[in-house]
Design a protein around this ligand. Structure first.
Ligand SMILES: [Cu+2]
Length: 364
C-alpha cells in the first residue's frame, strides 16, 4: 500500500514539476512575444493530457482504495432493519458514485477534447432548454426517490414496537451501561426514579410499583434471535449513545429525555462467529458519544441467543429484590405479600451484605 502511495506521489510530483516548468516557459514566450502560438499549443496539449492522466489515476486509486478497505467493512447486518438500512446505503452509494464518475469523466474529457485549437471556430451556444430540463428533472426525481425511501425506512424503524417485543432498559452513566429486564413473571419494567438511586439500586428502581418486584439486572445484554427487542434508553449524567454496530442500531441516551429503539436480531452470536470464522467473536454495545475520559471503555457484551437459550438464561436470572431483600422495606404495606414471594426463604443476612457489590452493574 505504502509503495503505491509513494509511486502515486512521485507521479503527481513529476506532473506538478512539468506543469510549473511549462508555465514558466509560457511566461517567457509571452514576454518575448515570439512563437506564442506554438508555446500555447504545447501547454494546452500538456494540460489536456494531464486531465486524462488525472482521470485514469483517479479512477484506479478510487477502485483500489475501495477494494483495499473492503476487509474492514462491517459484515452483513445482524438485524432485520439493519438489512434495510444497508441496502438503502448501498443504493445511495451507487447513485452518488455513478453521478460523480459520469460528471468528472465528462468534465475532464471535454477539457481534453475541446482544448484551444486555432483552426477550430467556437460555436455560439447560449441555451438549450431541453438539456437544462433533463439535467434538472432527472436528478430531482432520483433525489426525491432516495429521500422518500429513506424517510419510509426511518419511519418504520422508529415506529411503535410490536406488542410482543422484549423490553429492555439501558441506562448510560460515566462509564458503563446498566441493563434491566422486565422480569420472568410479568415481563414488564417497573418504574424508576433518579431520587431512589443509591450505591446498590443504581438505576433507582421504584419498589412502590409492583412491576418492579421481578425485574432483574444484568452485566451483559442477552437478546433472543428472531424476536423484536425494544430498548428503552436513559442517561444519568451526560449524553451517551447506544451503538450496536452489527445490528446497525444507534440512538442517543439523553439525560432527562428517554429515547427508544426497536429492532429484530436475525443472527445469533454462534451464527456470526461461524460467518466470520472467529470463534471468540462477540457483539458489543458501545457508547458513541464522547462522554468523558472513560468513554473508550464504555461497552458491554451482547449475546444473541436462540429463543430457547434466551428463555433458559432469563429463567436463571434472579430478581433484584431476591438478591437485595433489604429493599422489601421500600415496598408499601399493601404490596408486601406480593413482593415477599421474591425473597428467599432462608435468612440472607450474609448474602444481602455481599449482594450490593455484585449487583453494582458497573461495566467498563
Ligand atoms: Cu458514554
Amino acid at each position: 500500500m505504502f509503495y503505491l502511495i509513494g509511486l502515486l506521489s512521485v507521479i503527481f510530483f513529476a506532473l506538478a514539476i512539468s506543469v510549473i516548468s511549462k508555465s514558466i516557459k509560457l511566461n517567457k514566450a509571452l514576454v518575448a512575444d515570439e512563437n506564442t502560438d506554438s508555446a500555447l499549443d504545447s501547454n494546452n496539449n500538456a494540460n489536456a493530457y494531464g486531465m486524462i492522466i488525472f482521470w485514469a489515476l483517479g479512477t484506479i486509486a478510487g477502485v483500489w482504495s475501495f477494494l483495499v478497505a473492503q476487509p474492514d467493512f462491517l459484515p452483513v447486518a445482524a438485524s432485520e432493519h439493519g438489512l434495510r438500512t444497508d441496502s438503502m446505503f448501498w443504493v445511495s452509494m451507487a447513485v452518488v458514485t455513478f453521478a460523480f464518475f459520469a460528471t468528472n469523466t465528462l468534465l475532464l474529457f471535454f477539457a481534453f477534447k475541446y482544448r484551444y485549437n486555432k483552426n477550430r471556430k467556437a460555436t455560439f451556444y447560449p441555451v438549450n432548454h431541453k438539456l437544462e430540463l433533463i439535467w434538472t428533472v432527472i436528478p430531482a426525481i432520483v433525489m426525491a426517490i432516495l429521500v422518500f425511501t429513506g424517510w419510509r425506512t426511518w419511519r418504520d424503524i422508529t415506529s411503535q414496537a410490536p406488542s410482543d417485543a422484549v423490553v429492555i432498559e439501558i441506562t448510560g452513566h460515566q462509564f458503563g451501561w446498566y441493563v434491566r429486564y422486565g422480569g420472568n413473571d410479568d415481563n414488564q419494567l417497573g418504574n424508576y426514579n433518579y431520587k431512589l438511586i443509591d450505591e446498590t439500586n443504581n438505576i433507582g428502581i421504584d419498589f412502590t410499583d409492583k412491576h418492579s418486584f421481578d425485574d432483574f439486572t444484568a452485566t451483559e445484554l442477552h437478546l433472543p434471535k428472531g424476536k423484536p427487542v425494544l430498548l428503552k434508553i436513559h442517561a444519568q449524567d451526560v449524553l451517551h449513545s447506544v451503538y450496536l454496530p452489527f445490528h446497525r442500531v444507534k440512538m442517543d441516551a439523553v439525560p432527562g429525555m428517554p429515547t427508544k429503539f426497536w429492532f429484530t436480531p436475525n443472527m445469533s452470536t454462534d451464527e456470526m462467529r461461524a460467518k466470520l470464522g472467529k470463534k471468540d467473536f462477540n457483539f458489543k454495545l458501545n457508547c458513541t458519544e464522547i462522554c468523558g475520559r472513560g468513554h473508550f471503555g464504555m461497552a458491554i457484551t451482547v449475546f444473541v441467543d436462540e429463543p430457547e437459550d434466551y428463555a433458559k438464561w432469563c429463567a436463571e436470572q434472579k430478581p433484584f429484590l431476591a438478591t437485595n431483600p433489604t429493599y422489601l422495606a421500600k415496598v408499601p404495606e399493601n404490596l408486601k405479600a406480593k413482593a415477599s414471594k421474591y425473597i428467599p426463604a432462608e435468612p440472607v443476612a450474609v448474602d444481602s451484605a455481599a449482594a450490593p457489590a455484585e449487583e453494582a452493574v458497573s461495566v467498563n
